[in-house]
Design a protein around this ligand. Structure first.
Ligand SMILES: [Zn+2]
Length: 62
């Protein structure tokens, strides 16, 4: 799926979504449904990047 992302925040969000789908650390373990998935440093970093882009876009628009 190739979507043309109009904004840095959109691109950062896509990167985070792509990572979560492909990363075994981010996916919950079906054998242990009660446990939260372990924290993935890569996902945290992607999340921070997305939030940074999103906030700067919002403050630019306001
Ligand atoms: Zn991950």
């Amino acid at each position: 799926m190739t979507a043309t992302t109009a904004s840095p925040a959109g691109a950062a969000f896509d990167a985070l979504a792509d990572h979560s789908l492909g990363c075994p650390t981010c996916r919950p373990d079906p054998d242990r449904p009660g446990l939260a998935p372990p924290e993935c440093p890569q996902a945290l970093e992607l999340y921070r990047a997305w939030r940074r882009a999103w906030r700067s876009e919002r403050s630019a628009a306001a």
